[in-house]
Design a protein around this ligand. Structure first.
Ligand code: PMP
Length: 439
């Protein structure tokens, strides 16, 4: 019996014994290829000596000091390095302990910006139906994942949700990809006008959607139009790169590939690469300066803001991603993974879409490729796929999200950036076994 609360699954879980490179091992010695880096976390794989050494060195000097008394060298250096590589215009960093905290900070900073700049009537947040932004109440309210929201609905602040940009599910036959992108982007303008032109704080989106639909990038032009609309109505653009950021899609920030700069961006997961819990909210100089010249104080905070040991780990991770060339490697291996998946499963009668960017890829399972009809929800196909893959020694992240009333079964792959060519075969072979045993 386990005293851990809650057990995520009723079946008993194996106990992890160690991790090395792209593998995790349980106590019996069985190896699992970490094909999803947990939930797109372990971008460097396991047992990275440079990161563990950086943590040990920090622990030997000082593990923790509260930020109301001290700043710390690793936190300062991490922030400097993040800004050095951040999109043009992003200028300040707020270090927290994870993705939900980063999103809460983003939402509160956006609201405080308008309070400081004499627009306290602005209070609405617009997000998208195909989204997940975290499990704390503010972030949960922002997300569009119905299943996660349902039990807490009466406690959630009102947020409106527009359509996602999800070409496979949303594009009509009679429109081009670009027309589709503009149509769904323009929903933002309609929603701003409906709520009242000077009443909206922010639009929130994941540049490449992760946990609700599986590695869904927007189509070309979508985010450019979103940026235009935000600028026209003075609405802040908050990008949630908690899952798709930190190189996962082949550039350090996923938004780089959209050719736009957000006002606020949230990162986590790959920032600590699993070595320490850490996240960050980054904002533009415009927002920071408004706060600084106003009350001078961001009215927010957590005990572990700017945690020195977590920052030391993240600094070592970021150095490997940028100076060590691992983001570029992710882009190259990502293309190879897409080709391997396409070759192995591209014609499979129950796989409707294979998509993603970098080492952030997903397969969407359908009962019928022609009609794109999903499998019956009570079949919970994604759960069986996860179980069979795990048995076969492959960790992949399953999702059974609801998208505009249509339920989908997806498998997300987000392997470590250090994976080698030989691992492509291993992923495909183990996935093939799982699919054959499931369908
Ligand atoms: N935003 C996105 C896009 C996420 O994928 C997640 C986690 N899956 C979160 C926010 C929340 O992050 P955390 O679980 O670290 O609180």
């Amino acid at each position: 019996m386990s005293h851990i609360f809650p057990r995520h699954t009723k079946a008993s879980l194996p106990t992890v014994a160690r991790g090395e490179g792209v593998y995790l091992y349980d106590q019996s010695g069985k190896a699992y290829f970490d094909g999803s880096g947990g939930a797109a976390v372990s971008c460097l794989g396991h047992g990275d000596k440079e990161v563990t050494d950086a943590i040990k060195t920090q622990l030997d000097s000082v593990a923790f000091a509260h930020t109301s008394f001290f700043t710390s060298d690793p936190a300062e250096r991490l922030a400097d390095k993040l800004i050095e590589h951040a999109p043009e215009g992003i200028d300040r960093v707020y270090l927290v302990s994870g993705g939900s905290e980063a999103m809460e900070a983003a939402l509160k900073l956006a609201r405080q910006y308008f309070v400081e700049t004499g627009q306290p009537q602005r209070r609405h947040v617009i997000a998208r139906r195909q989204s997940y932004h975290g499990n704390t109440l503010g972030a949960l309210a922002t997300g569009g994942n119905e299943w996660r929201r349902a039990p807490f609905a009466p406690m959630l602040v009102e947020t409106t949700h527009i359509s996602p940009c999800f070409e496979y599910r949303g594009k009509r036959d009679e429109e081009t990809t670009v027309e589709y992108g503009l149509r769904v982007a323009n929903e933002l303008e309609t929603e701003i006008q409906r709520l009242g032109e000077d009443s909206v704080i922010a639009f929130v989106a994941e540049p490449v959607v992760g946990a609700t639909a599986g590695a869904v990038p927007a189509v070309e032009g979508y985010f450019k139009r979103i940026r235009e609309i935000c600028d026209q109505y003075g609405v802040l653009l908050i990008l949630d790169e908690v899952m798709c950021g930190m190189g996962r899609t082949g550039t350090l920030f996923a938004s780089e590939q959209e050719g736009i700069t957000p006002d606020i961006v949230a990162i986590a997961k790959g920032l600590g690469a699993g070595y320490q819990p850490i996240g960050a909210m980054l904002c533009s100089a415009k927002i920071y300066e408004a706060i600084e010249s106003g009350s001078g104080f961001f009215q927010h905070g957590h005990t572990y803001v700017g945690h020195p040991t977590a920052s030391a780990a993240a600094l070592a991770v970021l150095t490997k991603l940028t100076d060590g060339g691992l983001v570029d490697r992710c882009a190259v291996m990502g293309d190879k993974l897409q080709d391997a998946l396409q070759q192995a499963f591209g014609q499979h009668p129950n796989i409707g879409d294979i998509r993603g960017r970098g080492l952030f890829r997903a397969l969407e399972f359908v009962e019928d490729r022609e009609t794109k009809a999903p499998f019956a929800p009570d079949q919970a196909l994604h759960k069986t796929l996860k179980k069979e893959a795990f048995e076969a020694g492959l960790i992949c992240y399953p999702m059974g999200g609801t998208i505009d009333g249509k339920r989908g079964d997806h498998i997300l792959l987000a392997p470590p950036f250090i994976m080698e060519d030989a691992h492509l075969d291993e992923i495909v072979t183990k996935l093939q076994t799982a699919i054959d045993r499931t369908l």
